[in-house]
Design a protein around this ligand. Structure first.
Ligand SMILES: Nc1ncnc2c1ncn2[C@@H]1O[C@H](COP(=O)(O)OP(=O)(O)OP(=O)(O)O)[C@@H](O)[C@H]1O
Length: 963
């Protein structure tokens, strides 16, 4: 229940009483205090800390205050006598009675949480910004301008409702707006929100208003922003910080090679001509940091902030080669880019220099902060946002524009009802925007990050499920579908529901599927039977048996009269899969076996033409191949599933092309069975199902998979009898090499088969430290006399490669010297040892993949990683201790850096703002899934959530199925 009344002591205060179970809670908002602090100084003071707690956000209408407490007791939760109140205050609105208009709501300014962010408001440029004491004036002028530019409307039912949820963990009761007040029980809440929706359209589209609605920006500034892609408020607000600087430089000691992010002043900048065609730029930045030598555990913060700081000099160097870079004009322009005295934030890896406290940075990022900002005395230790640079835009200007945009936000910009986000511990969208741009601390920023990732996942999944529901006719069908999603154990098909061909293949397998494989294939087949294209990532550690699962999926569609395509990144793998599939098919007891083809870059032209014809007329049911499969000339008659192994190895464009190979309506595959002809007719215009496989969940892949709206299937067990691969990290000194040779010999004498992997094919003068496969061939053959060596690398012809692998597989050769060409998918079950030369040259995920080439049978296997630099030992030791691909992917993420904020770039260079952290983001995905089910469970057609629906179509235009 809501009561609206004026505060007796000042103009413009709205007192709201919300009731639940007879308990009233008071919320006070001083609408006008934001404009006129002098009228009522008790409200909206800029100094109020904005309580952006991690999960327990508190926004007392944006204004918690002493008056609140003194009048309403500790939590404002005293019993309230409605009838008495009604007598006293005729303006109180009870039940469905019409509202009494107390004031004109048109001048309403959303109760944004300006307090607490004051420290950040810019103090350059427009002088009315920034100084905390002037914040209210800023708001005042802002509000007026807002009105002038068709500002957000008065608070809607939703607005109040949302803000009430933000306030406390109390009832999800919607209080009435200023023009309407209704008592609503929980389950009616959304209905009313929907009804009142029409009144809040301007709020809904607030984020999509053009950039020129931001008050205080000149026309030139607006066009500058637009030129850089910031066309709307949303675009600007979604320009998230790349990282945050600790302006206090709380580093305690610097090591060589350490990644440093530090704030300091430019001491000098000079462009130096070092030769006719050689020059460099050196910018020296002086940074105050804590002096490690003087820091002991007992020292308190005060001491740290005081005399124990010391100045270090960072020498940022950039080198140029070429006569034109050595000209005076060029060097002058270069050095003038960095002005002495400018305060900057620098990040990059440091190298110690010969003079003490001097460090060199060769690959660095430099961001100009404010000209006048004293690094060590500002912002009270709050993280200072550093934005990705935009060409031609001054970073200060971007920051200012974002702050102005933030001030336009209202509490209710969130289309997702607060009760839902609150239940899963997410910030409201308003809080998330505030906290990502103006965090009080890194935890807040992280919570904001989660919420923003949540949104990405939420709308992707919502779109997908919504489309599925739209495809169903009856409420019962919709209910069943939602139920299955709620209970994932139901989203799998029973073996009896599989096509006859699939069941036959299952019977013919030389082993039993593991529980993980069985669940995976059941889920996939369930998806294959749905009327929308599957988009699924099949993940599992190396050697867990993903291939057979993918084969079964292909066979399922073939058994239903369609075609399947299986794309792998190397020719070697294509041949291996082809032969593997044929061998499995041999044992299948069916009358008409499907025709399988192999298509790679080495397939002779004539043969390739025949295969293409076979695919076009439907004679060929399964084609296995490399990226040749997505060549323009390849057309399918009835492609129903595209499987892509190690999908991250293919470029986005390549994958996209595979995706867009639309399945044509003519179903003419010769294997068509009576099973599913009926199904084929109903969805003959659907895009093919897409199944990606990966044993290396590298962050980028996973992030893309998640953002790319993929369902995830994980195989978490290994076939029985597998033993973990023993891993040894050796330094390539004399002792290490001897140990390695001895281990190889022992293994050979024991009947083992060994891969030796090299980083390069031929010895290179430029890289003398790297061992090469061809150069070592003779030496290895001599050393292990009596054991035949083979060689395999990417420059060999296709048939030579095939032959080399075949010889190794059948035991003719016991040692295979190879490059990383064997890294993906090569399956020789009795290979028992792998040695990786110059292991430091490989990424962790790569090494894990290489290690996965052994231990694929029942024989005990080992892996030797030979490191030629002692500095890489620590990194490699991680592999010694873990055989879990997911863990290693996370370690890679930590060591190489998390890439760009929303996974758009993978820099691998910076420990940037950590928006893509696997473990956490996995949970967020789960949360988003739950939220989607909640929303659709309440309203499958989103009728009750018009704002969610509008947002969905904004983000992901709802296209017809399969488009
Ligand atoms: N259930 C099972 N029981 C026993 N062996 C199995 C089972 N499933 C698969 N295998 C065998 O395990 C080996 C590895 O399988 P597969 O090549 O499918 O693994 P993978 O997950 O694709 O590995 P990678 O990621 O390295 O490509 C193969 O020799 C395969 O025949």
């Amino acid at each position: 229940m809501l009561m609206s009344l004026r505060c007796g002591s000042c103009v413009g205060v709205v007192l709201e009483h919300r009731f639940r179970n007879g308990v009233a809670r008071r919320h006070y908002r001083c609408e006008f205090s934001l404009f006129r602090p002098s009228v009522c100084g008790r409200f909206g003071r800029p100094g109020f800390p904005h309580q952006l707690g991690l999960c327990s956000s508190v926004h007392n209408g944006g204004v918690p205050n002493e008056w609140d407490e003194s009048k309403s007791g500790e939590d404002g939760g005293e019993k309230f006598d409605v009838s008495l109140a009604r007598k006293k205050f005729p303006s109180i609105i009870v039940g469905n009675s019409l509202p009494v208009d107390l004031y004109d709501g048109s001048s309403y300014l959303p109760p944004t949480a300006s307090p607490g962010f004051d420290g950040y408001f810019p103090d350059s440029g427009d002088s009315s910004w920034g100084l905390p004491s002037r914040l209210c004036e800023s708001w005042s002028s802002l509000s007026l301008s807002l009105d002038e530019v068709d500002t957000v409307s008065g608070p809607s039912t939703e607005e109040i409702a949302n803000s009430s949820f933000v306030n406390e963990a109390d009832a999800p009761i919607v209080s009435g707006g200023l023009d309407n007040a209704v008592v609503i029980e929980d389950d009616l809440h959304d209905m009313v929100v929907a009804e009142k929706h029409s009144g809040s359209t301007s709020v809904q589209f607030l984020l999509d208003r053009p950039i020129n609605c931001i008050p205080g920006l000149t026309k030139r500034q607006c066009s500058q922003l637009e030129k850089n892609g910031f066309h709307t408020l949303r675009k600007l607000l979604n320009h998230y910080p790349r990282t945050y600087a600790d302006l206090q430089n709380a580093h305690v000691g610097i090591r060589d090679g350490q990644y440093l992010i530090s704030v300091g002043k430019i001491l000098s900048s000079r462009g130096v001509r070092a030769g006719y065609s050689f020059s460099f730029l050196e910018v020296i930045v002086g940074c105050e940091i804590l002096d490690r030598g003087n820091v002991t555990c007992e020292h308190n913060d005060a001491e740290h902030n005081g005399k124990e700081k010391k100045l270090i000099c960072l020498h940022l160097k950039k080198f140029f080669r070429g006569a034109r870079f050595a000209s005076h004009a060029f060097l002058r322009s270069l050095q003038e880019k960095h002005k002495t005295g400018e305060v900057v934030c620098v990040s990059g890896k440091v190298r110690t220099m010969s003079s003490q406290d001097h460090y060199e940075m060769r690959e660095y990022h430099i961001d100009i902060l404010r000209d006048d900002k004293e690094p060590s005395h500002c912002d009270g230790g709050k993280p200072f946002p550093i934005y990705p640079s935009k060409r031609g835009l001054n970073p200060d200007f971007i920051r200012d524009a974002i702050l102005r945009a933030l001030k336009m936000l209202s509490l209710d910009i969130d289309p997702i009802p607060r009760d839902i986000t609150k239940e899963i511990g997410m910030l409201s969208l308003f809080d998330a925007y505030m906290a990502i741009h103006l965090p009080e601390n890194v935890f807040q920023a992280d919570s904001a990050r989660k919420r923003l990732i949540f949104d990405e996942f939420f709308y992707l999944q919502l779109g997908r499920l919504y489309q599925m529901l739209e495809g169903l006719d009856t409420e019962i069908e919709k209910g069943v579908l939602l139920d299955r999603y709620r209970k994932p154990e139901l989203t799998s098909s029973f073996i009896e529901e599989w096509s006859t061909l699939t069941q036959q293949l299952l019977k013919a397998l030389p082993y039993e599927l593991t529980p993980g494989q069985l669940t995976a294939i059941s889920e996939i087949i369930w998806d294959l039977k749905q009327p929308i294209p599957m988009n699924r990532l099949l993940q599992g550690d190396v050697g867990c048996g993903k291939t057979v699962v993918a084969f079964l999926a292909c066979v399922e569609v073939i058994g239903s009269g369609f075609q399947a395509a299986f794309m792998v990144p190397t020719e070697l793998l294509a041949i291996q899969h082809y032969e593997h599939f044929l061998s499995l098919l041999e044992n299948v007891d069916v009358e008409c076996k499907p025709l399988v083809a192999l298509l790679t870059g080495s397939t002779p032209a004539r043969q390739s033409r025949i295969i293409r014809e076979g695919l076009q007329n439907g004679d060929i049911s399964l084609v296995i191949g490399t990226h040749s499969l997505i060549a323009e000339k390849v057309e399918f008659s009835a492609l129903r599933i595209a499987v892509v192994d190690e999908q991250h190895r293919f470029g986005v464009v390549q994958r996209g092309r595979f995706n867009s190979k639309l399945f044509c309506s003519s179903v003419s595959s010769k294997i068509a069975s009576h099973d599913v002809v009926e199904q084929s007719q109903s969805n003959s215009h659907m895009a093919p199902h897409f199944l990606a496989m990966s044993a290396t969940p590298i962050p980028r892949t996973l992030a893309l998979a998640l953002y790319g709206d993929m369902s995830l299937t994980q195989i978490s067990d290994l076939p029985p009898g597998r033993m973990p691969v023993e891993t040894y990290v050796l330094e390539a000194d004399e002792h290490g090499l001897e140990t390695m040779y001895k281990m190889i010999l022992d293994e050979l004498e024991d009947g083992g088969k060994i891969y030796i992997v090299y980083p390069i094919i031929d010895q290179s003068e430029l890289l003398p430290q790297l061992r090469a496969a061809t150069a070592d061939f003779e030496a290895m053959s001599q050393r292990f006399d009596g054991y035949k060596c083979g060689i395999l690398h990417g420059r060999m012809r296709s048939d030579e490669k095939d032959e080399a692998l075949r010889s190794f597989r059948n035991g003719e050769t016991c040692i295979l010297l190879s490059t990383q060409v064997i890294e993906i998918g090569v399956d020789v079950p009795d290979a028992s040892m792998i040695v990786v030369m110059n292991a430091e040259r490989f990424g962790m995920a790569q090494l894990h993949q290489l290690r996965g080439r052994v231990g694929r049978g029942t024989r005990k296997s080992s892996c030797i990683l030979l490191a030629s630099t002692s500095s890489s030992l620590t990194r490699l030791k991680v592999l010694e201790n873990s055989s879990d691909g997911f863990h290693l992917a996370n370690m890679d993420l930590l060591l190489r850096g998390p890439g760009d904020l929303l996974g758009k770039k993978q820099s691998g260079h910076l420990p940037e703002f950590p928006i893509t952290r696997l473990e956490i983001d996995g949970n967020v995905l789960q949360d988003a899934h739950l939220a989607v089910l909640k929303i659709l469970g309440r309203s499958p057609d989103l009728r009750l959530f018009p704002r969610v629906k509008a947002e969905l179509s904004m983000r992901q235009p709802l296209s017809p199925l399969g488009d």
